[in-house]
Ligand binder design. Structure first.
Ligand code: ZN
Length: 467
């Protein structure tokens, strides 16, 4: 039921981008069980998140039973890609964690839970009006730092912007500063902690309602301007230092190889790197641990190369499996959705449409953090259904596709024509005829011509249709 609601919400969201709705999906097998596990995990971890804060600030949270913590599946909002949120209500404080982020593996439940508990704890001890006056960087940075997410955010920033990740450090009070800058917010608290020793005192002052820059000045001697400048400098140095620790060959191999020669070169250096580290993936798809984040990242790059035509299906398959089932997403770049999408394509290219379908459907249902991938997965689902010979399903996923994309328009038209033909609809042949008369050249136009020839010759048939 839960997931059916999710599917309808998702399709509503996608409807706003497309003229026709995509079909709704039944839950992936095992979803209910996985949600129950997450629920259980959350209940077990909650007291620890609260106790850590109570100890640090020596302030007991009386009336904790009024805190509501829920896994929710509501809401796909293009402006809100947060895995969790905390609101104050008249009845108390309420945390909601969006279940898809944890089903997909793109976020860690315990870390996100503790993060939201920091927000809730601050809300509990500050008046509602005072809480909203605390700057965003302070609220988010403290939550990330105290929840232990700093290294995760730093790694995501390093691997996702591998060419020069420090150039995005823009200053805590910069108007451009936003959702993607949590790593910088957290590093400001690391700076307070490691360089001034005043972390807990500053947070406690804020908890007691003191204005944050006044508290920082009183406790560290740094004026607002000095603090902002030094925190920024600290973040730049920290990111540069971590970037320098990434082996050169991982930095230069981060980009996708377009041609086979480049790919072979990249495969060679990546294999050599992993061999030199003495790490490998087992035949049943597990990393022989423990691995460093750089090694995870190297595996991810290697799987991307193995996936290319002429690559190594079995090796790529094992690496994707290990990355998605065994590895926290942030350790290889915080991009579980892309890895799942690449895995689905691997299966599709290898003639395993059923396995491809399963992964494309999970991207569609679970990867709320990436609307572009979700949208792209609909064509993946259509392709897999087509390859499976499920032409009615293929038609239902092809029909709403936006044909504005020149790279896929002919392919979609071809597959739609064949689907209609197989479904005994006269539209099929007319779609193929129109495509075959196209002025441009391309493999799908050739395919349409060939299909029409074979239909005329009776070698391409639609069994079950009346003549
Ligand atoms: Zn937050």
């Amino acid at each position: 039921m839960r997931v059916r609601i999710l599917a309808s919400v998702l399709s509503l969201f996608l409807l706003s981008c497309n003229p026709q709705p995509f079909p709704t999906l039944a839950p992936t097998p095992g979803t209910a069980e996985r949600i129950a596990e997450l629920q259980n995990h959350m209940t077990q971890k909650l007291p620890g998140c609260v106790e850590d804060l109570e100890k640090r600030f020596e302030k007991k949270w009386e009336g904790l039973e009024g805190l509501s913590v829920k896994l929710t599946d509501k809401g796909v909002d293009a402006n809100d890609r947060r895995a969790g949120s905390t609101i104050g209500t008249t009845g108390g404080i309420s945390i909601s964690l969006r279940v898809q982020f944890f089903l997909s593996g793109s976020q860690e439940l315990e870390l996100t839970l503790c993060h939201e508990v920091v927000h809730a704890y601050f809300r509990n001890f500050t008046a509602a009006a005072a809480y909203t006056l605390i700057p965003t960087w302070f609220r988010e940075g403290s939550a990330v730092y105290l929840a232990g997410q700093t290294q995760a955010k730093v790694l995501a920033q390093l691997f996702q912007n591998i060419e020069a990740p420090w150039t995005q450090i823009n200053g805590l009070e910069n108007p451009k500063h936003g959702f993607g800058d949590y790593f910088e917010d957290a590093l400001a608290f690391e700076f307070l902690d490691l360089k001034t020793g005043a972390l807990t005192a500053v947070l406690l002052a804020a908890l007691n309602g003191q204005e944050v820059f006044a508290a920082i000045e009183a406790l560290t001697g740094l004026s607002k301007v000095e603090f902002l400048e030094q925190a920024k400098q600290y973040a730049v140095e920290k990111i540069k230092q971590q970037w320098n620790e990434i082996p050169e060959l991982l930095r230069t191999n981060a980009l996708h190889a377009e041609d086979v020669k480049k790919s072979a070169y990249k495969v060679g250096v990546l294999e050599e790197y992993l061999k030199s580290k003495n790490v490998s993936v087992t035949p049943d798809g597990h990393f022989e641990g423990p691995l460093t984040p750089h090694e995870f990242f190297a595996f991810r790059l290697l799987a991307n190369q193995y996936r290319l035509p002429g690559g190594h299906f079995d090796e790529a398959n094992r690496i994707y499996q290990a990355l998605l089932t065994q590895t926290p997403a942030y350790t290889y770049g915080g991009d579980a959705g892309s890895v799942r999408y690449e895995w689905a394509f691997l299966y599709l290219g290898h003639g395993e449409p059923a396995a491809a379908l399963e992964q494309f459907e999970r991207v569609y249902m679970e990867h709320l953090e990436s609307p572009m991938l979700q949208n792209a997965s609909t064509l993946g689902i259509a392709r897999a259904q087509f390859d499976l010979g499920n032409f009615e399903q293929a038609r239902r996923w092809l029909e709403p596709q936006n044909l504005a994309d020149a790279y896929t328009a002919d392919e979609i038209t071809y597959r739609l024509g064949i689907s209609y033909f197989k479904l005994c609809h006269s539209k099929g042949v007319s779609i193929l005829k129109k495509l075959s008369k196209s002025e441009t050249r391309g493999i799908w136009i050739d395919q349409a011509r060939e299909a029409l020839t074979r239909i005329a010759a009776g070698t391409l048939t639609a069994p079950g249709c009346k003549k």
